[in-house]
Design a protein. Structure first.
Length: 511
């Protein structure tokens, strides 16, 4: 009798859908440029990369670095040698055990000049790393990252780095499987080819339509009940909002100013703190914006005070590149709006306002378009200068920034780690993400000193001085606004959160 009951019960349970099986669908603003974490560099790739992979460390709810793939981290007294002891139970999605060599290979690939990784500079504080990246040294054994054994990684720095444990949780420094890349070549980062360490795998990809993720059966820790996730690529905010209302997606971000008016009263509307700065950047070499007086004229000619009302959101007028809650932020530093000063600088530039050819580029979505048009009207009204606007899709925008010399760029930067360096490193001479081509020896010196100093008061002053040169004296950038992360989250979604770095983790969600 017991065996009959047990048999019937098993048949019933088999016929019912799994209690853990659930699918989470969310909006992705644009087509990702890549799924290769050594090359990824924008907010569009973030939700995919951060849910299929993990690093030696991760950031906790208090924005402190804690062990992740490493279960133990030992730091030498001089704070220049880090020893990471890997967890014994971590497997790649194909069942192969994680080894310290996978991390060495990941860092080697990041630094290899042929990779052309925009974030290679993050490792330049490691002994020998910069020389290897700049082809001054071809022997990677001279670089200070060594697999001591299968589960022990040792990293030697040239000097102490205050935020180094944050870097080891950032995606460019994630491990790779060299054998897979060698076998698959450029196609290794495609569904069916890619192997991952995170809670999900890349299961499918329909260009311009959707990206499918599936739970990694070999993931090393507990998760919620989301076994599949779909990133729906929906560029238009209003379309995405209608899909959300119809239940086609359960989460969306990046609402347009008009849609924010509709979304804000909805019970599903949520805001999350965000370490993010929107700014106007100038190409300081190879364009008409090489003229510093022109840059200063433009900076003084734009009234940023109305921006929050123009965008209908939670924006706050920016003062410094480094946003609030991050070391180096200054709430009082700013280039004042003053059309008379702007006109004086324009006169000093020696340029005829009617003859100046100014172009502004940005991403092709509602908010950049509105901001570009606002800047266009401000320059016409306050300087008599005509501004041409060009907007590009996400994939094209990055390539345009690297290959063309547009004088003005509408940019945004969200913290890669909660430290002033992630913002100031953008303007260090020669770094891969320095789209302004800006170079100033004193700014470089301050960034380097702040990187090496563990005294928070000294670091704060160094970053503030560097920003004063960058923004106020030389106007290489004009910070425009800060904003919270605004999202619509369906009521049945439990455990969802977006951290101040802009990450959300599918493993924490239950439906």
């Amino acid at each position: 009798m017991k065996s009959t009951i047990a048999c019937l019960l098993s048949l019933v349970l088999f016929a019912l859908p799994s209690a853990r099986a659930a699918t989470f669908k969310f909006r992705l603003l644009a087509e990702p440029a890549t799924f290769d974490w050594n090359l990824a560099s924008t907010l569009v790739e973030t939700p995919i990369v951060m849910n299929v992979m993990e690093g030696l460390t991760e950031i906790d709810s208090k924005l402190k670095p804690i062990p992740c793939l490493a279960e133990k981290i030992e730091i030498s007294k001089d704070q220049k040698t880090y020893t990471f002891r890997l967890r014994k139970n971590v497997k790649w999605s194909d069942g192969v055990m994680l080894t310290a060599r996978d991390i060495v290979e990941g860092w080697k690939r990041l630094l290899t000049p042929a990779t052309a990784a925009p974030y290679a500079y993050l490792l330049f504080d490691v002994v020998g790393a910069e020389a290897f990246n700049k082809k001054e040294e071809t022997d990677f054994s001279k670089v200070g990252v060594v697999a001591k054994d299968e589960s022990t990684l040792q990293v030697t720095l040239k000097h102490p780095v205050a935020y180094f444990q944050y870097l080891t949780g950032f995606w460019p420094l994630f491990p790779i499987r060299k054998d897979v890349i060698d076998r698959e070549g450029a196609g290794w980062a495609k569904p069916g080819k890619m192997v991952t360490l995170g809670p999900y795998t890349l299961d499918s990809y329909q260009m311009q339509t959707k990206i499918g993720l599936k739970a990694n059966p070999n993931y090393w820790r507990k998760t919620g009940n989301v076994t599949e996730a779909t990133a729906q690529i929906i560029k238009d905010s209003s379309t995405a909002l209608n899909v959300f209302k119809a239940g086609g997606i359960q989460m969306m971000q990046d609402l347009s100013p008009n849609d924010l008016k509709v979304a804000r009263p909805m019970p599903q509307f949520k805001t999350f703190p965000y370490l993010k700065t929107h700014y106007l950047a100038f190409r300081t070499k190879g364009s008409v914006a090489e003229n510093m007086n022109l840059r200063l004229a433009i900076a003084h000619a734009i009234n940023r005070k109305p921006i929050p009302s123009v965008l209908n959101g939670s924006q706050k007028v920016a003062t410094t590149m480094i946003p609030p809650r991050v070391i180096g932020h200054d709430p009082k530093m700013a280039v004042p709006f003053d059309p008379s000063i702007a006109k004086d600088y324009l006169k000093k530039s020696g340029l005829d306002p009617k003859a100046i050819k100014l172009e502004l580029v940005g991403r092709n979505s509602e908010r950049p378009q509105i901001m570009a048009q606002y800047i266009q009207s401000e320059l016409k009204k306050n300087l008599g200068v005509d501004l041409q606007i060009q907007l590009f899709d996400h994939k094209v925008f990055r390539s345009q920034l690297t290959t063309a010399n547009f004088p003005m760029m509408l940019m945004v930067w969200a913290a890669d780690y909660p430290d002033g360096d992630t913002f100031m490193g953008l303007f260090e001479t020669g770094t891969g993400n320095n789209m302004t081509r800006y170079s100033n020896a004193k700014v470089d010196e301050n960034i380097k000193k702040a990187r090496e100093d563990w005294n928070s008061v000294k670091r704060d002053l160094l970053y503030k001085e560097a920003q004063r040169i960058l923004q106020v004296q030389e106007a290489a950038v004009l910070p425009l606004y800060y904003e919270e992360n605004e999202a619509l989250v369906a009521s049945g979604v439990k455990g969802f959160s977006i951290n101040p770095i802009g990450y959300f983790f599918l493993k924490d969600i239950s439906l």
